[in-house]
Design a binder for this molecule. Structure first.
Ligand SMILES: Nc1ncnc2c1ncn2[C@@H]1O[C@H](COP(=O)(O)OP(=O)(O)OP(=O)(O)O)[C@@H](O)[C@H]1O
Length: 698
């Protein structure tokens, strides 16, 4: 396999080199480079007591971590960053992957006294990054999580009133802005991984910019804004924020890049061969991270690797395989961050959720398949699809940057150098290719009309109109003049997609609130079934017990309701091939949704699980855009957009008799359009439940 790879013409590839041409930056050389910070570097008076106490209590334990911190490129730029921040209210900072932006800059601000007047908030596109980075920074400051450093992600808050540095997902900060548009709680906000351009981050760029201006106008304490990334389009950001960018010089550990001579069509096979080649030739403590596109691919390859490791007599004990993807329960996602025993190689199979921000200790080799599953929304059909597409060059460098964090590394790309040159330089911002229903509602709850909002890149007008249409059908807004209704305000209270929030608001009138709380919670956690196991036949038999002839939603409800009642959940989940972590997560989500429902005085009634029609009709009130009708040819056609599709093989309705009319949770595009999580409904109900949908085809 080695012969398939070429060393990049630069030999050792500089992670930033590919972007050097794009940068028109002010190079930032540290004037007092490698000057050890002393107490004189900041005003003693301003130094927060809290930080002083933390320092005093833990000074003995920190020498090795301190050394690691001091060797990071960002450390040498500390003085300059603080000086720039004193002079400017907004900073755009670009520095190599692993240079220390995310972990160190907030600590510089803390030391400089910025946390005296408010919290230092740092947003991350993903919760796994927010959690692991907060833990690392707490360790660096030798404090417990939730003390000086904490994190908040959806359905989990690990902060206290003592927390001064708060890592969080961008969705959390956006939600807070609904309560206070000026974000008065914060003295500084760092929007990290700006290149990711998630919808939430794009909205936040505008929110923090407005909050900063408004606070200045009202003579309130200043809001400092820091935008960071290793691969952002700094000119574009510079124009939007009206500031120049800074480039943090200094290199981290080198990563040697090896491209396939020819791009490998079967990238999973290429990844497997490369992995075993690494396993034969690289020291056992060089851990490997493989980037693939999704859960099914990852689970299948994980199983194959485990089997092959046994057959090849490398011994099961010298390989530990971990998986990392969004649908995996949080606890399980964090397992790959723990050390493995000596003489064992850690192999992590991940989607793009491991692509930015995170450091998985021990990773020396990255294998990059060059593809990603990306959301794309078609406002014409109203459907959001997940499609497998080529990554951008920025993503390729970010993936590469996951190696070389604690030592020099290697990155194996299963695509050729020539084909990489054809990749887009950066990914298309999510806001230009997503369903905007949730964003439009959140902005309206903030009192902002999306059509006049100062976006860094304005979403297409047809995307906004499509969101308006959907929100009107959900009863969340009224058009001309555009206003948010009480239902809309209530929907915005739930940390859920508006369609799912609507299910909870409608449930009391169908008498099935208990059931809907359980179902929405279980849908938020996703895959509770363990299917990829060497006992897959036994697993299928166990799962069959929960099957409802009505479809996947009621099957999932059966699983969750039985789980809630079981006295020995661990044994029960094990025996039934169910994922206890995902179910426990769903239970926590349910508690929080019930708490919000209680605050809104929604009646918590139940149909006793027998009145399945009530549950199905209620599902229609939120998911009415996801209806499909059986065609004579045997396939389904979605009512909204008339897209041809099949029922996904994972559905309990797959391969059985085909219902005339179905409701689905999502559409996935692989070789066909597949409808996931499907329930049989009656087309008669549509007009009963949704009087607005008069044009429904019979
Ligand atoms: N959980 C961790 N365990 C061990 N080392 C860590 C951990 N997190 C960070 N580090 C160390 O700190 C360094 C800086 O990480 P940090 O996340 O601050 O860099 P960054 O510049 O923000 O990177 P990126 O652009 O990739 O997000 C890493 O290269 C690594 O050496």
């Amino acid at each position: 396999m080695e012969s398939k790879y070429l060393i990049n013409s630069n030999g050792s590839a500089g992670i930033s080199s590919a972007f050097a041409v794009k940068r028109k930056l002010e190079p930032m050389k540290e004037q007092n480079a490698i000057k050890k910070p002393t107490n004189n570097n900041f005003n003693q008076q301003q130094k927060p007591n809290l930080y002083k106490n933390v320092l005093a209590a833990n000074s003995n334990k920190r020498s090795s971590i301190d050394q690691e911190r001091r060797s990071l490129p960002v450390y040498n730029c500390r003085q300059r960053i603080l000086k720039e921040l004193e002079a400017n209210d907004t900073l755009l900072i670009m520095g190599e992957t692993g240079s220390g932006k995310t972990t160190q800059i907030p600590q510089f601000l803390l030391q400089a006294g910025y946390a005296n007047g408010g919290i230092i908030g740092i947003t991350q596109p993903r919760r796994v990054a927010a959690i692991t980075i907060a833990k690392r920074v707490a360790q660096e400051l030798a404090t417990g999580i939730g003390e000086t450093v904490g994190y908040t992600v959806r359905f989990e808050d690990a902060t206290t009133e003592r927390t001064r540095i708060r890592y969080m997902t961008d969705g959390i900060l956006l939600r807070e802005a609904i309560g206070d548009r000026l974000l008065r709680k914060y003295s500084a906000i760092m929007l990290d991984e700006a290149h990711e351009r998630t919808v939430n981050a794009d909205v936040l760029f505008g929110i923090v910019k407005q909050a900063q201006l408004e606070r200045a106008k009202q003579r309130l304490p200043k809001l400092k804004i820091i935008i960071t990334s290793a691969t952002m389009d700094i000119d574009h950001f510079g124009q939007y924020f009206g500031v120049r960018g800074m480039y943090l010089e200094g290199r981290t550990h080198p990563v040697r890049v090896l491209h396939a001579k020819d791009s490998q069509e079967d990238y999973i096979h290429a990844a497997l061969v490369t992995l075993f080649d690494i396993h034969r030739h690289e020291p056992i403590n060089h851990d490997v991270l493989i980037f693939l596109t999704g859960q099914e691919e990852i689970e299948a390859l994980a199983q194959q690797i485990r089997q092959l490791a046994r057959i090849n007599n490398t011994g099961p004990s010298d390989v530990r395989v971990f998986t990392l993807y969004a649908q995996l329960a949080q606890g399980k996602q964090l397992e790959c961050f723990l050390p493995v025993p000596a003489n064992t190689r850690k192999i992590v199979l991940a989607t793009n959720i491991a692509e930015t921000s995170i450091t998985i200790p021990g990773i020396r080799c990255v294998i990059d398949c060059g593809y990603v599953k990306e959301k794309s929304f078609n406002p014409g059909t109203g459907l959001e699809l997940l499609k497998t597409v080529r990554i951008s060059q920025a993503q390729a460098w970010q993936r590469c940057g996951r190696a070389g964090r604690d030592a020099p590394g290697k990155c194996y790309r299963t695509y050729s150098k020539a084909s990489m040159e054809q990749f887009r330089s950066t990914s298309l911002p999510e806001i230009l290719r997503s369903n905007l229903t949730s964003t439009v509602l959140q902005l309206l709850a903030l009192g902002i009309d999306c059509s006049n909002f100062d976006f860094i890149d304005a979403p297409p007008p047809e995307g906004i109109s499509s969101a308006h249409r959907a929100l009107e059908q959900l009863g969340a807004i009224k058009p001309a003049p555009l206003v948010i209704t009480t239902t809309g305000r209530w929907m915005a209270q739930f940390p859920l997609d508006p369609r799912y929030a609507k299910l909870l608001l409608s449930a009391p009138s169908f008498g099935c609130m208990e059931e809907m709380l359980s179902l929405v919670a279980a849908l938020s956690s996703d895959n509770v079934f363990i299917g990829h196991t060497d006992k897959s036949e036994l697993a299928a038999l166990a799962h069959a017990k929960f099957q409802s002839k009505h479809g996947d939603h009621l099957t999932l409800l059966n699983v969750f309701s039985t789980f809630q009642k079981t006295e020995k959940p661990k044994i029960w989940c094990h025996d039934n091939f169910l994922n206890i972590r995902n179910l426990t997560y769903a239970r926590n989500v349910r508690n929080q949704l019930a708490e919000i429902s209680g605050r809104l005085n929604l009646a918590i009634n139940s149909c006793g699980g027998d009145n399945v029609d009530a549950v199905k009709k209620c599902l229609l009130t939120g998911l009415f855009e996801n209806i499909a009708l059986l065609q004579k040819e045997g396939h389904y056609l979605t009512v909204s957009g008339r897209v041809k599709a099949k029922i996904h093989p994972s559905s309990v309705l797959h391969g059985k008799y085909k219902p005339q009319c179905i409701l689905f949770t999502e559409m996935v595009q692989t070789e066909h359009n597949f409808l996931r999580q499907v329930t049989e409904i009656s087309s008669e109900w549509v007009e009963e439940v949704l009087p607005a949908m008069k044009s429904f085809p019979k």
